[in-house]
Design a protein around this ligand. Sequence first.
Ligand SMILES: Cc1cc2nc3c(=O)[nH]c(=O)nc-3n(C[C@H](O)[C@H](O)[C@H](O)COP(=O)(O)OP(=O)(O)OC[C@H]3O[C@@H](n4cnc5c(N)ncnc54)[C@H](O)[C@@H]3O)c2cc1C
Length: 385
Amino acid sequence: MAQGQKIGIVGAGLSGAVIARELAEAGYEVEVFDTRPHIGGNCHTERDAETGVMVHIYGPHIFHTDDAEVWDYVNGYQTFLPYKNRVKTTSQGQVYSLPVNLHTINQFFGKTFRPEEARAFIEEQADKTITDPQTFEEQALRFVGRDLYEAFFKGYTEKQWGCSPTDLPASILKRLPVRFNYDDNYFFHKFQGMPENGYTDMIEKIFDHPKIKVTLGQHFDPRAPHDYAHLFYSGPLDGYFAYEFGRLGYRTLDFERFTYQGDYQGCAVMNYGDASVPYTRITEHKHFSPWESHEGSVCYREFSRACGEDDIPYYPIRLVEEKAQLADYVARANEEKAVTFVGRLATYRYLDMDVTIREALDTARLFLAKSKEEAAMPAFVHAPL
Ligand SMILES: Cc1cc2nc3c(=O)[nH]c(=O)nc-3n(C[C@H](O)[C@H](O)[C@H](O)COP(=O)(O)OP(=O)(O)OC[C@H]3O[C@@H](n4cnc5c(N)ncnc54)[C@H](O)[C@@H]3O)c2cc1C
């Protein structure tokens, strides 16, 4: 495929932006479309008109990675300021530190354990009658025992996934979800930070290239005739095929916005572990920009529910039923010519931002290599299954 030919990109989120930039720099004319009136996809950030606070419109986004190239990439478009994600949870009438760590254990059980004592104590709590855990609940009981499970995992999981932890596979809880020290940094990654002027500003700079044209507020029908030499599609996989095999299951989120004068909760994210509280967490956005100062505050109460036809798909469910359906869609996609499915929706996977960027870079590079060899580009560079 010759440079100078036009490339179409469906979706102006991170996947679309990174691919657009790589191809534009290699000499291609790139046209990008998004149904939404803004770029940035689900990472979109915007200043709240009332308070001036930078808001993560589709839920809290913290950048964290071990991938040095991706870290350099994002820092090329935005200054990332230090940020550690420290989450709290309100559960059974108290506030605890998450992920469950030595502080949480000592506070919850009214103890002053040192690390090895806590480890031995939690081992005693664990349900050793469960030898081959099949469900999320069995796995949690086997790791941490009933008390910690009910306080920190059960209610939250029920609300987040809309089903009983007895219906979720054990694989969701792969490792022991407890730390035996006072480290309350949510992520283990080497690089963490927040973009000084928000993710949308960063993505705008990625798009800022004379060979990239972005059209917003325009739904692109990828099955309709077009004159692009190749299409990169970051919309929903099932949507591409007009839901031929039914809709892939997603959870959606509702955000109930409220404002407050001062500091509402003293931290960015407060989870609510009790099943009796209908929301999963409250996000207070100004704490994501600790270098800024705002009198007013804007908060989101977050509710999770099954995704309907007109809702925004957030989290892929990927249980047994969805995986079978997914296999049908993947087979159909592999029959398509001159289209590559990228990003979280088109590959029906939960992808952190760093993984999204890594995959987009790999996809663009593979495309350039294949073009040079005049070889066909695959439908998936990163397989959904
Ligand atoms: C609640 C939540 C919290 C998250 N928190 C974090 C976090 O803390 N850290 C982290 O690293 N990652 C986080 N993520 C993941 C992050 O949001 C994704 O990595 C990222 O959004 C993926 O980018 P994308 O471009 O693949 O998809 P998207 O951002 O979804 O972009 C796809 C775009 O395509 C557009 N589109 C779809 N179909 C069409 C069509 N037919 N025509 C035109 N446009 C179309 C959509 O409007 C959308 O803008 C979180 C995700 C969620 C859901």
